[in-house]
Design a protein around this ligand. Structure first.
Ligand code: EPU
Length: 427
């Protein structure tokens, strides 16, 4: 249990300029990828978040030399001293993306043992497609005692994913980067961070083509050289800030983002009556009047991202009219709406569908973050609500949003931390 709670006194329009940090979901793929190199790699623009700190610990435990400079957003990984290819269950449980160590270690050492990944509880989250790809490339894979072991020299293969999976696509790319021969991934994920990983691997001398489409070809390289690489800005943080600006009827310029990555969200916000203006690497979001209700169905990129469904559905609780939100990727991603009922939201959940009846007012209440994006959604809710919202378990938010409190405060939000008193700790 976190030892503090977040307090947000809502109703203040956010105004001014802010910036986007480096992408979480790209960083957690690029850092393990550095283990594939035969020389040190420098990764720039890393967000200073819990998941990056956890990966730093794990890479060090594996014997890699890691010089992490959070203030400079930089990490230098020297994998030449790597002495182990085993990640314990306890370490793996600290984050979801620990599964990328399977692909990276298998690619580098021809063997890997990694505990089942932890992370947010938003659904079942199997890894069968990851393992299917490893097996196709020649690995013997075993799942026993809450850990996965994979062993074998990687050979190029053709992999047809049974469903689109970001993690499976990335893990297969990691395992294929040093494989003998070519690997072709069909029905691959097209997310911006898949492309970012491809660019990083290419910068080390690998040949990855087609990332960003549903067919990716990877020609394995015997040796990969060192590289200095800058990760892309966080698409989901950009979207969360856009939604927060709209929710408070503010006027915010978000700098350092890639507007093209935001097309699905931008289209929905425009449909709601929000003004969204794109500049080269910035987006301005303004709202003067109330929001129209809209329907959302989450999809793989370039569809509406599941990671933005939670903050977006929080925003819809105060729209004019009824919205239908269909979550197609994860089955347990409406917990924030259940919490928001305590704040006056009118919501009915029927399996993967949320029916949201917009209300004119939300009011502050105690709520609990159950996962990272649920936490972000509750922050949006708190910013919109009258009175003070208390968010318990805010540590989830720190896993994925760099300095979110400072960024929102700089835009005028009244958001602060308060230690829990001992009675609350016993809740
Ligand atoms: N799936 C399978 N088998 C697999 C892999 C996935 O059935 O082997 C299913 C999943 O259960 C899910 C769907 O396929 O229903 C898509 O899962 P995917 O593999 O794409 O998701 P992921 O790799 O587990 C990443 C992000 C998530 C993000 C999703 C979807 C990381 C570390 N995580 O998860 O991010 O929601 O892609 O875009 O990159 C977050 O940032 O809050 C977060 C949860």
């Amino acid at each position: 249990m976190d030892s503090y709670k977040l307090l947000i006194t809502g109703g203040i329009p956010l105004t001014g300029e802010t910036y986007v940090s480096g992408g979480k979901n790209t960083s957690v793929a690029v850092i393990p990828a550095a283990l594939l190199s035969d020389e040190p790699c420098t990764i720039e623009n890393l967000p200073d978040i819990e998941d990056v700190r956890v990966l730093t610990d794990i890479l060090r435990l594996l014997g890699a030399q890691v010089d992490y400079q959070p203030a400079a957003r930089r990490m230098i990984v020297d994998p030449r001293t790597l002495s182990s290819c085993k990640v314990s269950y306890r370490q793996s449980q600290r984050m979801r993306a620990s599964y990328y160590l399977l692909g990276a270690l298998l690619g580098r050492c021809g063997e890997a043992e990694v505990g089942y990944p932890g992370g947010c509880s938003i659904g079942a989250r199997p890894v069968d497609q990851h393992l299917k790809a490893f097996r196709a490339m020649g690995a013997e894979v075993e799942e026993r005692g809450a850990k996965i072991t994979a062993k074998g020299k990687m050979r190029g293969a053709q992999v047809f994913f049974d469903r689109i999976t970001v993690g499976g696509t990335i893990n297969a790319m990691l395992a294929a980067a040093k494989a003998e021969g070519s690997t072709i991934l069909y029905n691959a994920a097209r997310e911006p961070h898949v492309v970012d990983l491809a660019n990083f691997l290419n910068s080390m001398g690998c040949r990855v083509r087609g990332a960003g489409t549903d067919t990716i070809r990877i020609v394995g390289a015997k040796r990969l050289h060192g590289s200095t690489y800058t990760v892309i800005p966080d698409q989901i943080e950009t979207g969360t800030l856009m939604i927060a600006a709209a929710a408070t009827r503010g006027d915010v310029v978000i700098r350092g983002c890639i507007p093209a990555h935001m097309d699905a969200l931008t289209a929905k916000l425009l449909e709601m009556g929000v003004s969204v203006g794109d500049m080269d690497d910035a987006i301005r979001v303004r709202t003067a009047r109330g929001h129209r209700a809209v329907n959302i169905k989450t999809q793989e990129y370039p569809g509406f991202p599941t990671d933005l469904q939670q903050p977006m559905s929080a925003l819809l609780t105060r729209a004019n009219g009824d919205s239908v939100v269909i979550e197609t990727i994860f089955e347990a991603r409406f917990k924030h709406l259940m919490e928001m009922q305590r704040m006056g939201a009118h919501v009915r959940i029927l399996e993967q569908t949320a029916l949201i009846e917009g209300v004119p007012e939300l009011y502050g209440a105690p709520v609990t973050a159950t996962d990272l994006r649920a936490g972000a959604a509750l922050v949006v809710a708190g910013l919109m609500a009258n009175g003070t919202t208390e968010i318990y378990e805010p540590g989830y938010i720190e896993r994925g949003y760099e300095h979110i409190e400072e960024k929102l405060r700089a835009l005028g939000a009244n958001i602060r931390r308060e230690p829990l008193d001992p009675m609350e700790m016993r809740r």
